[in-house]
Design a protein around this ligand. Structure first.
Ligand code: GLC
Length: 692
């Protein structure tokens, strides 16, 4: 059951596909808020609160720091470009305002508000949950259901079907901020192919552009770009360029000139375009919320589609601000003052904070406006929609330009609703062991909020990686839909072929292509059924108290549990099994053994080059024999990981991987394994199946 309450005059976010279909009551007029007390906060903010029993658990909030159980910290939805994701952070790039409470009572809450929302989940007071919504009104949805999973499904149903990327986007992607030109990319591809390391895509970071101008390609670095894209496609490689939110201010640059002429950029109170600083230097921000501007910006992706590109990543769309120009002028003036002083303890820190404070400054976001649904709205009131609407610009353009074909799209900033247009990657993490665990812990929360196509920068974006960390991270990454190795300029190079034991990377990555039939099938089923692909154990083993405390294992789809190793030098780990399971231990696609383990706690060995997969009773995981790219994966020969007590049935979904029409009925193959080892398969595919 879902209930809706409206407070103040909220901005329509279009997080829900049809918010009008759920009758709402004005919150102020009723006392009937199940579970939460709502009161007026300071300066027209609103505060929602309730007590928590000692062991109540809070799930959700999508992309955020800390555990699967989010209790005990303060999280803020205020999309922010912050590349240091320490556990002391309150804000990351996304605003995913949906959470679930489980314990004494079980309910879901979605705070639909595009301004800053603060979730104090037992931070100020261990036993109290308090949500503060900044001024501007909001819509509150309260959901109840028989189980946590049921509540998530109901929520996902009203926010609409999650984005499904092309199947090739489940292959391995190699990225690096530093590939400058066609030859750099050719070399990356060559070294993967020569070493038989699978590869499906290479990402093009900002250096491919002419002076960081969106929708341009530097012709010195890429003479004959369409020819290069074709050459790569012949090698089964998809090139995926980055698109940034800010448009460079430069006379003669058509995107800039059109935008100014048509009034498509965000303006200040005085009617002049707001000027910010990002990679290209001075930029204007297209008004992604304005329908016309959005359609115009989206249309620009055609420039690259026409040259053969079929995937993009949208970046810097919080939007990130290195500086706001007006404020910068003030800063320079003040610095001149400082230059005339002898710096003491106050003035030194004053100066330091002045300089450090120029980026992503709250006051700058208060100086420009959007045109949205016939109104002029100040940016800070709708800040969290910017990334969503940038990605929507592209998504709507793809609907027009490519109605029959899926285009890869994922974004850095996001709000619930964007999950219909693209996925997310989790931004600038670091090569830290703790970030492997953080990657794992974010996955269920992201799924709850509709983001199924997701992954982290494998190996870590910032800081220097190490071979063991990269390998351990890959051992988690082979299960995440988006599987991309990406790193920052000036950090240690981290393509797999840079390291001594390349065969380990080849073998582990090979497993991904083995699991592809299962992972793709589970992904699409989750999207179509409004379900999760990555689940906390407690969502499946609902009566098991110990399962509820497990923070470093996940259920992946219906048949599998994973328990990756994320500690330096560990040669194994403790694993909790809520029921008997069959453990498959893989070193490569064709080298693995299996053993049945009883329910309970186990110390399980897992050497650096080993992946553990646990199969549930009466379940199976169909695997392919691998390939060097997704297109090579042969669906006609399947090896079945299986744990059969009475009978296991798996409905394998498969399709052409590219057309937009996705219907489960036509794509299912029913595979059945009986206790005596007989296997049958009927449906779309007619695979030759072998038990493993
Ligand atoms: C941002 C992105 C990162 C990218 C860099 C340069 O930091 O998050 O992925 O490499 O910008 O474009």
């Amino acid at each position: 059951m879902i209930r809706k309450f409206v407070f103040g005059s909220p901005v329509e976010t279009e997080a829900l596909t049809d918010s009008g279909s759920i009758p709402g009551i004005r919150g102020e007029e009723t006392e009937d808020f199940p579970h939460l007390a709502v009161s007026a906060g300071e300066n027209q903010s609103h505060v929602l609160s309730c007590d928590m029993a000692p062991h109540d658990i809070i799930y959700g909030l999508g992309e955020n720091v800390r555990g699967i159980n989010k209790r005990g910290w303060l999280y803020q939805s205020n999309c922010k470009d912050d590349p240091l994701h320490t556990e002391t952070r309150h804000e990351l790039y996304a605003a995913h305002n949906f959470f679930l409470a489980d314990g004494r009572e079980r309910f879901g809450v979605f705070v639909d508000a595009p301004q800053t929302v603060t979730f104090d989940l037992g931070y100020s007071d261990r036993d109290r949950l308090t949500v503060t919504v900044d001024p501007g009104g909001f819509v509150l949805y309260i959901l109840e259901g028989d189980s946590l999973r049921q509540i998530v499904k109901e929520f996902r149903h009203v926010i609409g079907r999650s984005y499904i990327p092309p199947r090739w986007a489940f292959g391995y992607g190699q990225s690096r901020w530093g590939y400058e030109c066609a030859d750099d990319i050719r070399q990356v591809v060559r070294r993967h192919r020569d070493n038989h390391v699978p590869l499906d895509s290479v990402y093009m970071d900002i250096d491919y552009m002419e002076n960081y101008k969106d929708f341009t390609v530097d012709s010195d670095k890429f003479p004959d770009f369409p020819g290069f894209v074709r050459e790569m496609r012949e090698e089964n490689i998809h090139l995926v360029p980055i698109i940034d939110a800010g448009v460079k201010i430069e006379e003669g640059y058509s995107v800039y000139e059109e935008g100014v002429k048509e009034g498509y950029f965000c303006k200040k109170e005085d009617g002049k375009e707001f000027v910010g600083g990002v990679w290209p230097g001075r930029v204007h921000f297209p008004d992604m919320l304005d329908e016309k501007a959005r359609s115009w910006f989206g249309g620009k992706y055609k420039v690259l589609l026409d040259q053969g590109i079929d995937g993009f990543w949208n970046d810097m769309n919080e939007p990130a601000l290195f500086y706001g120009e007006d404020h910068l002028d003030e800063v320079f003036e003040k610095l001149e003052d400082y230059s005339r002083q002898e710096l003491n303890i106050q003035s030194f820190f004053g100066m330091k904070n002045l300089v450090l404070g120029v980026a992503n400054r709250k006051e700058d976001y208060e100086t420009f406006y959007h045109r949205y649904r016939g109104e002029q709205i100040r940016h800070d009131r709708v800040h969290n929609l910017f990334g969503y609407y940038m990605t929507r610009a592209a998504g709507e353009a793809f609907d027009r330009l490519e109605p029959d074909r899926r285009i890869l799209m994922f974004s850095r900033a996001s709000y619930i609703g964007m999950h219909r247009y693209g996925g997310v990657w989790t931004g600038d993490n670091c090569s830290w062991w703790s970030h492997i665990l953080m990657n794992l812990q974010m996955l269920p929360g992201l799924n709850m909020c509709g983001f199924l196509y997701t992954g982290a920068d494998l190996g870590g974006f910032g800081a220097d990686t190490t071979e063991d960390l990269l390998l351990r991270w890959l051992e988690l990454g082979i299960f995440t839909p988006l599987m991309r190795n990406h790193s920052a300029k000036r950090t240690r190079l981290q393509e797999f072929y840079r390291f001594g034991h390349m065969e380990d990377f080849r073998n582990i990555l090979g497993l991904r292509y083995g699991f592809l039939p299962y992972l793709y099938s589970e992904f699409v089923k989750a999207a179509v059924n409004d379900d999760m692909m990555f689940l906390p154990l407690s969502f499946v083993y609902t009566e098991d108290e110990e399962a509820a405390g497990v923070e470093d294992q996940l259920m992946v789809g219906e048949s599998m549990m994973i328990a990756p190793v994320y500690r330096q030098n560990a040669r194994g780990r403790y694993v909790y099994l809520p029921e008997n399971m069959k453990l498959y231990r893989f070193r490569s696609l064709d080298c693995g053994d299996s053993q049945i383990l009883p329910a309970g706690h186990h110390y399980v060995r897992a050497e650096l080059n080993e992946v553990l997969v646990f199969v549930r009773p009466d379940h199976m995981v169909p695997m392919s024999e691998g390939g060097c790219c997704v297109e090579d994966v042969d669906m006609s020969r399947l090896n079945l990981l299986h744990f059969v007590r009475t009978e296991a049935v798996y409905e394998l979904y498969h399709d052409d991987g590219i057309s937009r029409k996705v219907e489960l009925e036509t794509g299912i193959t029913r595979i059945k394994v009986k206790t005596d080892g007989t296997v049958s398969a009927e449906g779309m595919l007619n695979p030759e199946c072998r038990l493993r």
